[in-house]
Write a protein that binds this ligand. Sequence first.
Ligand code: NIG
Ligand code: FE
Length: 391
Amino acid sequence: MASTLVTGISQLVTCDGEPDDPLGLLRDAAVIAEDGVITWIGPAARAPEADGAIDVEGRCVLPGFVDSHSHLIFAGDRASEFAARMTGTPYDGGGIATTVAATRAASDDELRALLHQRLTAARALGSHTIEIKSGYGLETETEARLLRLAREVTEETTYLGAHVVPSGSDRRDYLDLVTGEMLAACAPHARFVDVFCEPHSPHAFTGEESEEVLRAGIGAGLTPRLHGNQLGYGPGIQLACEMQAASVDHCTFISDADLSALADSRDTTVATLLPGVEFSTRQPYPDARRLLDAGVSVALASDCNPGTCYSSSMPLMIQLAVREMGMTVAEALLAATRGGAAALRRGNIGSITLGAKAHLNVLDAPHYEHLAYQIGVPLVSPITTIEGVNA
Ligand code: NIG
Ligand code: FE
């Protein structure tokens, strides 16, 4: 057993506070981790001895970010689609086919190399836990391959065979495949099942189709979540709440009925907001203030993918949420840590608390507000020298 003492912390942001101080801010605190788990938090002056020490020299310490929504495993890129969108072409999911072709053609080692490159970038920006979806295979062998490769780097894997209906396929036949043979091949490598529920895209799935996909996934032992209400109003949010999904992601268009369903489901279903998507597709941002004021449980995630947001930067998502979505810095930071943990139904990540994983970030500033204040400046870095830390 190796223990590490973290000292020199100007402000410890535990994300484990009370309603009057949800960030649980502590001054001059120290933290001890043993075998990668937090075993002591208290005043630095009273810290017990440890085997090793890390001095952060007056910086702020935050929980590792929990990026609960990414599509990090794919080949190729869609830079020209992005460029066209910036001059007015709307997003409708049609470009997914381009990524599917490139991904099917890539070898395991090529996909591994691309995944590692993206993971390294995400981790350097403070993401300690990253959920990864399939969805660029859309045939049994490639979907299972994507999940198997994603499983090599994270426990948080999601089966998204129902991303779109592949071009040339019959909808009914494809749904049978996604809920039958493909599900059977993918379920052993996945924790969650997801579907792109979007009546506004001709490529994605209706409410009824989405329900069928999620029910089949649940039957195979997976926890449901879904992409909903991204391109317009639709059935996704209420379906997610009815099915007790872990999260409903995007939530760009929210009706009053959607809002009350989310508020009623605050203990089961998290609304995951993905502001990098609105930034990269020129869509309106979701009204986070309205969700928070109604008591909805909210997470922030990157959605890193080649189509709607090619960024894994959680600090950028926090900055967009504060600047564009009406969240306070504290709310955005909580959504990027505890909120993500709730969306993954994980109790031992997303906060600096006894028994949690020692996933710590250093912010090169004396106060957490600098996270949103110093826009685009690489202030966050993970503490990677604590022994025994893993995802
Ligand atoms: O979460 N909206 C559906 N899926 C992804 C985008 C996929 C793509 O365009 O490649 C998303 O935005
Ligand atoms: Fe997504």
